[in-house]
Design a protein around this ligand. Structure first.
Ligand SMILES: C[S@@+](CC[C@H](N)C(=O)[O-])C[C@H]1O[C@@H](n2cnc3c(N)ncnc32)[C@H](O)[C@@H]1O
Length: 336
């Protein structure tokens, strides 16, 4: 895996992020005879291969480029997208709040562009298992391309299942065998009974939810099932800071909203959680409200088929380049 151990001198097959004049970023995959052409000149890949991560190289036009391996968060923010991704700040919280541990059996739906899959695959390590479900084949293809590009191969710990989680989960896992379930989809409440069946006692379900209306609906649904602990909701805001000399202040701009997280734990079979005294809900919803929760009404951005086909081609092209580079790297390692 070219990115599995992202350290040491640059090798053929590594993705490298080059910061050039005026801070412009270029990402390239190193290959024998490869070159980065910009209107500032040419930088030969040979200059980088064998040099340390974080080194500076001068191109044919005399311009300097800082070469660094992209971090997972850099890769995620620049990879092809089919569906909206889970941002790195939320992926980090999901790994912690859902307590994704090395060796865990994790179920994820939908796989979308595969951004969250990358963090989950790293967190479960080489002994875990990630089952990712996706009902749109083109999205699954984008995700597979991205995951292969990032790791340099499709990890053995990962399987992608096509179809609706609510229908397919029971065909893939035995009841009570899943440690963690991560849902990033429009209507997580539709899958909650199936998820409850699959989770091991004490297992965690976490939902990443875009709007407050969806948050309330899934929270009430979880409560009504009576087989989970009372769900806990949160959101994560990360505010960057400008720190230079005496000018130390928050950045003027930030990403203010991405999504909410809702976490609950599976009770043991037959267990009834001690009652939490709550007033009769003034917030119950009607069938008409439910009808209002359509993808359009909750702001789910729909991608055109043409656009999506292009993203699939991009993801597959990157994955093919990563495959060729990994093979070339293997040959050059065998020769040495
Ligand atoms: C926002 S995207 C997921 C993004 C992904 N977490 C990432 O970080 O790249 C939501 C995905 O869920 C899929 N989806 C929605 N409901 C589903 C279901 N019941 N079963 C499987 N996939 C589902 C959609 O097709 C869509 O690709």
């Amino acid at each position: 895996m070219s990115s599995a151990r992202p350290s040491g001198p640059f090798r053929i097959g590594d993705r490298v992020q080059l910061t050039g004049p005026k801070g412009k970023l270029h990402t390239t995959t190193l290959r024998a005879g490869g070159e980065l052409h910009t209107h500032h000149g040419v930088l030969r890949h040979e200059q980088l291969i064998g040099s340390p991560d974080g080194s500076v190289h001068t191109n044919s036009g005399g311009h300097e480029y800082l070469a660094l391996r992209p971090l997972l968060r850099d890769f995620v923010m620049s990879m092809p997208r089919g569906a909206a991704i889970v941002y790195p700040k939320d992926a980090a919280m999901i790994v912690t709040q859902a307590d994704i541990f090395p060796g865990a059996v994790v179920v994820e739906a939908g796989v979308g562009s595969g951004a969250l899959s990358l963090s989950l695959l790293r967190a479960i390590g080489s002994e875990g298992r990630l089952h990712s479900f996706e009902r749109r084949e083109e999205f699954a293809d984008v995700a597979k391309g991205n995951v292969e590009t990032f790791f340099g191969e499709v990890p053995e710990t990962w399987s992608v299942h096509l179809g609706d989680l609510a229908e397919e989960l029971e065909n893939v896992v035995e009841p009570g065998t899943v440690d963690r379930v991560v849902l990033d989809m429009l209507a997580p409440w539709e899958c909650m009974e199936t998820v409850a069946e699959a989770l091991t006692p004490g297992g965690v379900v976490i939902c990443y939810i875009a709007t407050a209306t969806q948050l309330s609906r899934v929270a009430e649904h979880i409560r009504n099932l009576g087989v989970f602990t009372d769900p806990e909701a949160s959101e994560t805001m990360v505010r960057g800071w400008h720190v230079e000399g005496l000018a130390v202040r928050p950045d003027h701009r930030m990403v203010a909203h991405t999504g909410f997280l809702l976490t609950a734990r599976r009770l043991a079979p037959g267990a009834i959680a001690p009652e939490v005294k709550r007033r009769a809900s003034k917030t119950s919803f009607s069938d008409a409200d439910v009808e209002a929760w359509t993808p359009g009404a909750v702001g789910d951005r729909q991608i055109t088929d043409k656009n999506l086909r292009k993203r699939v081609r991009d993801a597959e092209k990157h994955a093919a380049a990563a495959r060729i580079a990994a093979a070339a790297n293997q040959i050059s390692e065998d020769e040495n």
